[in-house]
Write a protein that binds this ligand. Structure first.
Ligand code: ZN
Length: 349
């Protein structure tokens, strides 16, 4: 695989840093930096509302015909735009006094000088409207037979699809003078919901509807064997396209040393245009004596207790193992680490 470091350009996070703007303190749900109606940067702003396109369904309905796929995608993009404009028309009836803390206390950009009975519209104008997507991997399987971790052709089609969404949101920003963004939806709930609907409609299609979840946004499927550098190189180019939020995950076995983490981060930032990365491993500890447990054992090595608590990453945040929804629990069950052994460290759940 060819590293993309030759293509790093300054028109992304660096562009903001150079102008004294810290791009994001949290990049997956609210990366939001540009602003057509006020000061740039993420401070005191957020995504007003997202909507998520079920990309795999479009892939299935296109029957491997790309022209059909592009026209279906354009239809859905226009639907997404219409639904968010409808949401805007409702939300602008809210008054400052309806949001006494975030708006009434002046925490949101645009709330300056508003009285209790004024519309929150100036706040909405500074926020963004995010058009998200799920399951690029399954979409590519539907269109070409292979996902973007497996085939370079699919990878380039994947970049074209997400760039198409971004071009649409950029165009809509100019047209409506509101902030629209392309969003790599984390989809804790939708990951399980869409696939159930599609299985009812289309049946079990290998590589597409045969799991209990759709793969997160532009991620390479969690059960696919891929190295840490390749995962970073395949996913990094999507970060710049997804200006509403994005994150890539690296799954490692056991407890990585600080040096291992440093090595991954340095590799990612030195050789790619990646913006936000999460390094996942299965945290476990004894609830009786507090000992950290690295092995897959069900028994505490110190006090022999079986009262072991596990913590793992759902999407952007960590959660107690047992609190995962059905779709995400199925996804975790399939996760393979990206370091040497490519094993699943959640198999004891
Ligand atoms: Zn213990």
């Amino acid at each position: 695989m060819n590293p993309t470091f030759m293509n790093i350009d300054a028109d992304f996070n660096l562009n903001y840093y150079k102008r004294g703007i810290l791009p994001a303190t949290m990049g997956c749900r609210t990366y939001i930096c540009s602003n057509i109606n006020g000061p740039e940067g993420p401070a005191r702003r957020g995504n007003n509302a997202p909507t998520t396109i079920n990309l795999p369904r479009l892939g299935i309905e296109a029957h491997r015909d790309l022209d059909t796929f592009w026209s279906l995608l354009d239809e859905r993009l226009n639907d997404a735009k219409a639904s968010l404009l409808h949401r805007y028309s409702i939300l602008q009836h809210l008054k400052l006094k309806d949001l006494p803390f975030v708006a009434g206390e002046g925490l949101m950009l645009g709330s300056e000088g508003l009285g209790p009975n004024d519309s929150i519209e100036p706040i909405l104008k500074n926020g963004s409207w995010a058009i998200g997507f799920i399951g690029l991997a399954e979409t590519l399987v539907a269109l070409t037979g292979k996902h973007h971790g497996e085939s370079e052709t699919s990878r380039h089609l994947g970049y074209d699809i997400i760039q198409h969404i971004r071009d649409f949101t950029d165009k809509t920003t100019e047209e409506t003078h509101m902030n629209w963004s392309c969003y790599a939806t984390p989809a804790e709930g939708l990951s399980g919901k869409f696939v159930v609907q599609d299985r009812q409609k289309f049946g079990i299609i290998p590589g597409i509807t045969d799991k209990d979840y759709y793969t997160n946004s532009f991620h390479v499927p969690v059960g696919y064997t891929i190295s840490i550098p390749d995962k970073i190189q395949v996913e990094a180019p999507f970060h710049k396209m997804c200006n509403g939020g994005h994150i890539s995950y690296i799954e490692v076995d056991g407890y990585p040393t600080p040096q291992t983490i440093e090595k991954i981060i340095n590799y990612a930032y030195d050789t790619s245009n990646i913006s936000y990365i999460g390094i996942n491993f299965h945290l476990r500890y004894c609830k009786d004596c507090g000992t950290s447990i690295n092995e897959q054992s069900h028994i505490c090595p110190k006090c022999n207790s079986r009262n072991i608590q596990g913590i793992s990453r759902v999407t952007g945040y960590l959660s107690l193992d047992e609190r995962f929804g059905a779709g995400k629990a199925a996804e975790r069950h399939d996760r393979l680490s990206h370091d040497g052994s490519h094993t699943n460290t959640y198999s004891n759940l």
